[in-house]
Design a protein around this ligand. Structure first.
Ligand code: COA
Length: 166
C-alpha cells in the first residue's frame, strides 16, 4: 500500500511535552492533514513520567491548544516500522541546533534504509524554543520547585506541580 501523503508521524519521548513540541505539531498540521504523535522509547532515556501520563499530558495540551487532526499513540520498536504500519508518508522531527542536526542526519539515513517510502521532514524550532528541553523543564521542577517561564502549557504544569510538590 502506498503511503498516505496526508499523514505524518511525529515521534518523541515527550517527558514532558513542552510548548516547543506543540509548536512543531501545529506547524506539522499546516503540511499534513493528520498527524499521529508517537510516544516512543529512546533506549538512552529513563523517562520520569509513565507512557500513560505522557499520553494524558499530550492529549490535554493538544485540546487546550485546539490543535485538530491529531491523535496520540504509544509505540514499541522502531519509529520507521510504526510510521510504515500506520501508512504515514513522513516522520516529522524538530531541529533546535547543529547538535540536533547530527543526530537527525544519522536517524534519517537509518530510517530511510529501514523504510524507503518514508521521508523525514525537519522543522527548525522557533527561536523561543531552541534552548528548551524536557530535561531542563524537569530539572527546574524537581530541583528548583519552579517552572521555566513559557516552557509548558497549563495542563502539563499541573502534572509537574503534582509530581514535584510545588
Ligand atoms: N522545542 C523544544 N524542545 C524540543 C523540541 C522543540 N521543538 N523538539 C525536541 N525537543 C527536545 C525534547 O524535549 C527532548 O529533550 P530531552 O532530551 O531533554 O528529553 C529532545 O529535544 C529530543 O527528544 P525527542 O524529540 O523527544 O526525541 P528523542 O531523541 O528522545 O527520540 C524517539 C525519541 C522515540 C523518536 C527515538 O528514540 C526513536 O526513534 N526510538 C525508536 C527506535 C528507533 O527507531 N531508533 C532509530 C533508528 S534504529
Amino acid at each position: 500500500m502506498a503511503p498516505d501523503r496526508h499523514l505524518a508521524v511525529y515521534p518523541g519521548t515527550f517527558d514532558p511535552p513542552t510548548y516547543g513540541h506543540l509548536d512543531i505539531l501545529t506547524r506539522s498540521r499546516r503540511l499534513f492533514d493528520r498527524v499521529i504523535v508517537g510516544i516512543g522509547r529512546n533506549p538512552e532515556k529513563r523517562p520520569s513520567f509513565t507512557v500513560e501520563e505522557r499520553m494524558a499530558m499530550l492529549e490535554a495540551a493538544i485540546d487546550e491548544a485546539e490543535i485538530t487532526g491529531v491523535q496520540v499513540e504509544a509505540f514499541d520498536g522502531l519509529t520507521a516500522d510504526f510510521a510504515h504500519e500506520r501508512g504515514a508518508a513522513a516522520i516529522v522531527r524538530a531541529l533546535r541546533s547543529v547538535t540536533d542536526f547530527e543526530l537527525e542526519f544519522a536517524l534519517d539515513i537509518a530510517n530511510s534504509k529501514l523504510a524507503p517510502d518514508l521521508e523525514t521532514v525537519l522543522l527548525i524550532a522557533r527561536p523561543e524554543y531552541t534552548h528548551l528541553s524536557s530535561t531542563f523543564v524537569r530539572q527546574a521542577a524537581e530541583q528548583g520547585r519552579r517552572l521555566i517561564p513559557g516552557s509548558v502549557p497549563p495542563s502539563v504544569e499541573q502534572y509537574l506541580r503534582k509530581r514535584y510538590g510545588f
